[in-house]
Design a protein around this ligand. Structure first.
Ligand SMILES: Nc1ncnc2c1ncn2[C@@H]1O[C@H](COP(=O)(O)OP(=O)(O)O)[C@@H](O)[C@H]1O
Ligand SMILES: [Mg+2]
Length: 315
């Protein structure tokens, strides 16, 4: 668990972070969102003590980070930044093995761990470990950055706009990877972004910041339904809210389930139960239909999602 208690940071005249208090529960993903310059990165850097705070305290599992040995603290916190910070003259394998190397793990164990992480991040192609950062695409390099942060199995992940420089499609792929890794590893994560859609997608709880202050700290659905101020309402886009809400809900939770699965009619388009109501709605609009069959992973039809159910899901 990470707890910020009245944490502030001043740079000369500028109060970059102004008395922020929040708790990130173990295993949760907290996303800090707000415009450029509102104090997100500064907040993150105070957690791993890249920056000292000028007031307040930060506790990790009840212990003040200032009372924790710096190396121990950092080893327990994976840190991922935009542009990855990979060493250009080191291979992928050596970059990922950086922290285990510092911890003096035996060579064989490091190699095993590197292989495991490459698999986790879908980078386990032949010869990939021997490449250098300049030989990687932006998405691959960012994945290596994530692998490196996870290498020594830290309890906490800190991510500062890790996907900010990627094109929209690569970004979406990496967001999906994040969701999958979250399910698999359940790391306590603080993730910084200026993109509200990325925040809604990844967060268990969203911290909306403005000019150094914490404006609202709530679950994505609560941020959409009950924005605490006009600022938050504008951020989530008051007109787009209904659609964004359907993006948070799963087809499987709203559909009418058949008593028994049926073989699928291959001529009819359908959705899968883990897809969002937004995806179902879009397909219905495109197909001009009132309802869609829902398939499980094996392609059997397990239910029906109708327009009425999507409507009901929004309330
Ligand atoms: N090292 C620094 N020296 C002086 N001012 C800084 C420094 N780092 C950040 N700031 C200022 O603090 C404020 C918050 O910055 P930052 O936390 O980087 O915002 P964000 O990550 O939300 O874009 C900005 O006004 C920025 O100019
Ligand atoms: Mg920043």
């Amino acid at each position: 668990m990470i707890e910020l208690k009245g944490v502030s940071r001043r740079f000369g005249e500028v109060l970059a972070v102004n008395a922020i208090s929040l708790v990130v529960e173990t295993g949760e993903v907290c996303v800090l969102v707000g415009s450029s310059g509102c104090g997100k990165s500064t907040t993150l850097r105070m957690i791993n003590r890249l920056l000292p705070s000028t007031a307040g305290e930060i506790l990790v599992d009840g212990k003040n980070v200032c009372d924790t040995d710096l190396q121990t603290l950092r080893l327990n916190m994976g840190y991922v930044i935009q542009g990855t910070g990979l060493f250009p003259h080191w291979t992928v394998a050596r970059n990922i093995g950086l922290v285990p190397g510092l911890l003096k793990w035996p060579e064989a164990r490091i190699r095993e761990r590197v292989d495991e992480l490459l698999q986790l991040l879908g980078l386990d192609q032949e010869g990939f470990v021997d490449k250098y950062p300049h030989q990687l695409s932006g998405g691959q390099a960012q994945r290596v950055g994530v692998a490196r942060a996870l290498a020594a199995d830290p309890n906490i992940l800190l991510m500062d706009e890790p996907f900010g420089a990627l094109d929209a499609i690569t970004r979406e792929t990496l967001q999906n990877e994040m969701l999958r890794i979250k399910q698999q590893l359940g790391k306590t994560t603080v993730f910084v972004t200026h993109d509200i859609d990325e925040a809604l997608r990844l967060a268990d709880r969203i911290a909306v910041m403005d000019q150094g202050r914490l404006i609202q700290y709530d679950a994505p659905e609560a941020i959409l339904r009950r924005p605490a101020s006009l600022f938050v309402e504008t951020l989530v886009g008051s007109q787009d809210r209904g659609l964004k809400m359907t993006g948070l809900q799963r087809v499987g939770d709203a559909m009418q389930r058949h008593l028994h699965p049926r073989p699928r009619d291959l001529d009819k388009p359908g959705v899968r139960e883990h897809e969002t109501l937004r995806q179902a709605l879009s397909l219905m609009l495109w197909q001009g239909t009132e309802s869609l069959p829902v398939m499980d992973e094996d392609g059997a039809e397990i239910g029906i999602i109708s327009r009425a159910q999507i409507w009901a899901g929004g309330h």
